[in-house]
Write a protein that binds this ligand. Structure first.
Ligand code: HEM
Ligand SMILES: *[C@@H]1O[C@H](CO)[C@@H](O)[C@H](O)[C@H]1NC(C)=O
Ligand SMILES: *[C@@H]1O[C@H](CO)[C@@H](O)[C@H](O)[C@H]1NC(C)=O
Length: 322
């Protein structure tokens, strides 16, 4: 074969390798042959947990988000601290805040039985549990992509620096999302996850006592449960209907009733692009439901470990011993 042909061939095969490695080759049917009962098992357990306590659905959605924003969707958020590794659980955005670990543990041990072995990754469990929570609370289904593997380490520092803070302004939120390859639309749509769940007094205190961008009646009603000091852990819902996936969150923003600064930043009444998107989703629930699913897929595609990368953890809290 001529030298130039060989060169072209080797360039082509390198190109193929590069493309192959860089594509997040997750697939919807990853577990169909490996363990056909995996997804129905997760769904049954999530439905039971949500029926028992609706908030757990919110907590499971947030867990997937906090996993994916820290070195990709690799189950790192689930790792407990060890003598040699401080994980992500005590990072500022997570400490005394993220929850749902017991549900994930229970799903994992059930899957190890049902699948007759350790084949479903913790990162995939988080992605499916988030989806099933959204559906259980009235959102639309979307095609969850699967085949992620689990990280063998976690990073406190990465959790502290990569998860957006509730006092971020719009440009900080946009650049944080951009650093994860997510767009302004992803920011507005994914923030719609705050249609579910709660935040603590310590998080929204400054907003209700110090800010002018909040509806005064709303601030007063929050002040009655969240004193100027103390009661840090008292909860308030992120929208009027914390157990249903709807567009009340966006309607609240238009009424200056966003609970977090970062929520109200998306709608400032100045006719900006994010204002328009908030208005659009508030007027079009069906579009919110479908765009939310698409944005959750974007979230779930962040830097997964695939193929031979990482491992499938036997226990989501600890790295495999062998
Ligand atoms: C845009 C930037 C975001 C910021 C600054 C932010 C911040 C927060 C904060 C501070 C809380 C309350 C924590 C506490 O009180 O302990 C919270 C709750 C929550 N967040 Fe976000 N978040 C953001 C985006 C997202 C995204 C993208 C999702 C999911 C796709 C999400 C899902 C949730 C859920 C469901 C809750 C309620 C959790 C529960 O009740 O257990 N958030 N968020
Ligand atoms: C996490 O919360 C615990 C319990 O409130 C507290 O003792 C600890 O100092 C916190 N850790 C960090 C790193 O903030
Ligand atoms: C209001 O803002 C001031 C100045 O930043 C701050 O010292 C104070 O703690 C804030 N009040 C509340 C209740 O957060």
């Amino acid at each position: 074969m001529a030298k130039s042909h060989k060169l072209i061939l080797s360039l082509l095969s390198q190109l193929f390798l590069i493309c192959h490695l860089s594509i997040a080759d997750l697939t919807p049917d990853f577990y169909d042959d490996i363990c056909s009962q995996a997804l129905p098992t997760i769904q049954t357990l999530v439905e039971a947990a949500v029926a028992d306590e609706p908030r757990i659905g919110a907590s499971l959605v947030r867990l997937h988000f906090h996993d994916c924003f820290v070195n990709g969707c690799d189950g790192s958020v689930l790792l407990d601290d060890t003598p040699t590794m401080i994980g992500e659980k005590t990072a500022k955005p997570n400490n005394n805040s993220i929850r749902g670990f017991d549900v994930i543990d229970s799903i994992k041990s059930n899957l190890n039985d049902v699948c007759q072995g350790n084949v479903v990754s913790c990162a995939d469990i988080l992605a499916v549990a988030a989806h099933d929570s959204i559906v259980a609370l009235g959102g639309s289904s979307y095609g969850v992509l699967l085949g992620r593997r689990d990280a063998t380490s976690a990073s406190l520092d990465a959790a502290n620096s990569n998860i957006p803070a509730p006092n971020f302004d719009l440009s900080q939120l946009l650049s944080n999302f951009d650093s994860h390859g997510l767009s302004m639309q992803d920011l507005v749509v994914l923030s719609g996850a705050h249609t579910l769940g709660f935040a603590r007094c310590t998080i929204f205190r400054n907003r209700i006592y110090n800010e002018s961008t909040i509806d005064p009646d709303y601030a007063a009603s929050l002040e009655s449960v969240c004193p100027i000091s103390g009661d840090d852990d008292v909860l308030a819902s992120l929208d009027d209907t914390p157990a249903s996936v709807d567009t009340d969150y966006y309607q609240g923003l238009i009424q200056s009733r966003g609970l977090l600064d970062s929520d109200q930043q998306l709608y400032q009444g100045d006719g900006s692009d994010t204002d328009s998107l908030v208005q659009y989703y508030s007027d079009n629930p069906a579009n919110f439901w479908s765009d939310f699913g698409a944005a959750m897929i974007n979230l779930g595609n962040l830097n997964p470990l695939t193929g031979d990368g990482g491992e499938v953890r036997e226990n989501c809290r600890v790295v495999n011993q062998n």
